[in-house]
Structure formats: C-alpha cells, structure tokens
Design a protein around this ligand. Structure first.
Ligand code: IPM
Ligand code: MG
Length: 368
C-alpha cells in the first residue's frame, strides 16, 4: 500500500518555525514506528502572495484536494494589511476550508496539569478541563451572500449575511453528536435564537437531529453570549459545544485562553469521506502567525505538533500513536519545559522552538 500523503502549508510568521518541529516529529514516526508519510510542501497566505500574487495558487488548491491530509501553519502579517481584501492571506485559508468543504472544525480546549497555574482563571476552575468545540466552518456570515461595501443614498453600507441551510446545520450537528458519544455524551448548542432567525432554525434542526438519531446524548441550548459568560464562569460544565462559524471563532479563542496559552491549542477541520474512506481534512494550530515573535525561534510548537496528533487520530486511525505523542508532550511539560509564552511570573529560562522539539523527540524515544 502507498504511504499516506501529507501536504504541508507552513504559511507566514511563526508558521514555518513551528512546522519545522512537526516535520521532525513526522520523521520520527517514520523511523521509529514504521509510519511513513509522503510529505510535500507548498505556499499559502502572504508567502503565496509574494510568490504568485494570490494567497493560494490553483495548483496548491488542487494538491490539497488530492492528499490524505493538509497540515497548515498560520497565515497573515502586518506586511499584508493593506492588500486588497480579495488577496489577503486569510482568503487563502478560507478558500481551502470552503473548496475542501471542511464543515466540521474541532477545537479541543484541554488543560494540561502542569499548566493549570497559567490560566487567567483560578486553578480549581480549569484543572482537568476537557472541552471540544465543534465550529461550523464553511458557511454562515463568513461566506453568506449578499456581502460587500455598497453605496446607498450617498453613504457607504457594509453588508454580510448570516445564512444557514438545514443540511449545513444537520451535518455539523451530527459531527458534534458523534464526538460526544466518544466523550462525555453531552452537547451544548450555542446560537442567538433570541435575535436571529438563523439561530431559530439552528436550534430547531439541532433538536430534530437529536430526536431522530441521538436521543441518548444529553443536549442543551444556550444563547452564545451566555455561553461566553459560562465559559469563563464554570468551563467544566461543558463537554462538546456545537456552534456556528462566527460564534465558534470567538468562543474557541475564549476557550483556548482558559488553558493558559493559545500556543497549546490544535484544531482539525474535517469534511466528507473521500474514496479511501478517510475524511477530507486539514489540521492547524488555533494560534495565528504571531508576527511580533516571528523569526526569533521562540514560538511554542506544541499547538502545531498537537494538530499532527489530531491528524494521526482522525485521518489515519492511529489513535494509539496520537496518545503516545500527546503523552510525550504532557511529560515534557510535567518535567518543566516551557517556551516563552508559558513562563510564569517566577521566570526561569525559556526553551526555544527547537529545544521544545528536542525535548518532545526525547520523550518520544523514551516512550518506546
Ligand atoms: C481562526 C482564524 C481565522 C478565522 C482567520 C485567520 C481567517 O481566526 O481560524 O479562528 O476567522 O476563522
Ligand atoms: Mg479565530
């Protein structure tokens, strides 16, 4: 059988630095676990714009459609702030999500024991935290038409449209219920049904899917503003949170920060099964390109490495190897390894990006 294929799109800012560590981890699994991937690399975001004048070349898009999984670093940076909207780095990322139809975005917020002190919340509120946010990723206000900036009565008017079809809500709801069954068996769905018709439909359809197929899963509903408040008040009440594209963007940053650093949080974006049975998939850290620290070798590679662990689990059915990688990370953190984003007020010497990669590789060796 051919090796599974990966397309690496490291992107901008700290993307390439953290992805270098992921490449070493991928190499380790080839050498030590007989799990060899065919890896190719290409450009996305500002890097693609610099080379091609577009944030994602058509050839790259075509490659992304062919591989078993895409690993993405980060896109964007101040250098590209003044570009026309249509060629901004973020458009490359959104095109990948849309054209690969990656409708289910899984964003776990898990608190590593060793980092419980880093949260801005009290330790007892977040110790043992394990939430999964399922964010709809290919529709809603990010993509709805009409959109744009128009002139009406001599005045500029900015328009975006929140639009969801039943089918779009159904499929992401199923993804959330399926995940809940493998975890705490609880789904909390968040929208604004008090002010938005799309929210009313969202709630109705989630209820219908629940009744018809997942009545054994515990389901609750919350207005998204209350959800945000509950996330910082008592985050451990949640298991799976199901929400739309825009609320999911916001709530997932909030949930991520509960764990102490955005540098720790991975994500998986999954679509429909391909001919080989694997889902269309892209894996990326939740953090952005962090231009303020780019190129300095001090970025935390853990979110990107954990994203590869998600790839092992969700694309390649290698749950045990994903566990091994996550345990290695847990171990180095427990041993006190810290990148700059994880330094507490007591200070100490921070690991650079490569040193953190070294430590994780050593912990992987020790796991054999
Ligand atoms: C995210 C990011 C993206 C989004 C940006 C970079 C387009 O914030 O993945 O959460 O808004 O979806
Ligand atoms: Mg975001």
């Amino acid at each position: 059988m051919a090796n599974p294929s990966l397309l690496i799109l490291a992107g901008d800012g700290i993307g390439p630095e953290v992805m270098d560590e992921v490449k070493r981890i991928i190499g380790w699994f080839g050498d030590k676990r007989d799990l060899t991937f065919d890896v190719s690399e290409d450009l996305v975001g500002g890097a693609a714009y610099d080379a091609h004048g577009v944030p994602l070349h058509d050839d790259t898009m075509a490659k992304a459609q062919e591989v078993d999984a895409v690993l993405l670093g980060a896109v964007g940076g101040p250098k590209y702030d003044d570009l026309d909207f249509s060629v901004k780095p973020e458009r490359g990322l959104l095109r990948l999500r849309k054209e690969m139809d990656l409708f289910a975005n899984l964003r776990p917020a898990q608190c590593f024991d060793a980092l419980a002190d880093f949260s801005s919340l009290k330790k007892e509120l977040i110790a043992g935290l394990d939430i999964m946010i399922v964010r709809e990723l290919t529709s809603g206000v990010y993509f709805g038409e009409p959109r744009g900036i128009h002139i009406e009565d001599n005045m500029r008017v900015g328009i975006n449209t929140q639009r969801y079809t039943e089918a779009e809500i159904e499929r992401v709801a199923r993804a959330a219920f399926e995940l809940a069954k493998k975890r705490g068996n609880k789904v909390c769905s968040m929208e604004k049904a008090n002010v938005m018709e799309s929210g009313i439909l969202w709630r109705d359809v989630v209820n219908e899917v629940h009744q018809a197929e997942y009545a054994d899963v515990e389901l609750s509903h919350m207005y998204a503003d209350n959800g945000a408040m509950q996330l910082v008040r008592a985050p451990k009440q949640f298991d799976v949170i199901l929400t739309d594209n825009l609320f999911g963007d916001i709530l997932s940053d909030c949930a991520a920060m509960l764990t102490g650093s955005l540098g720790m949080l991975p994500s998986a974006s999954l679509g429909l099964p391909m001919a080989n049975g694997r889902p269309k998939a892209m894996y990326e850290p939740v953090h952005g390109s962090a231009p303020d620290i780019a190129g300095q070798g001090k970025a935390n590679p853990i979110a990107c490495i954990l994203s590869f662990a998600m790839a092992l689990r969700y694309s390649f059915d290698e749950g045990a190897e994903a566990d091994r990688l996550e345990a290695a990370i847990e171990k180095v953190l427990a041993d006190g390894a810290r990148t700059a984003d994880l330094m507490g007020p007591e200070g100490g010497t921070a690991f650079g990006t490569t040193e953190m990669g070294d430590a994780i590789l050593a912990a992987l060796d020790a796991s054999l």
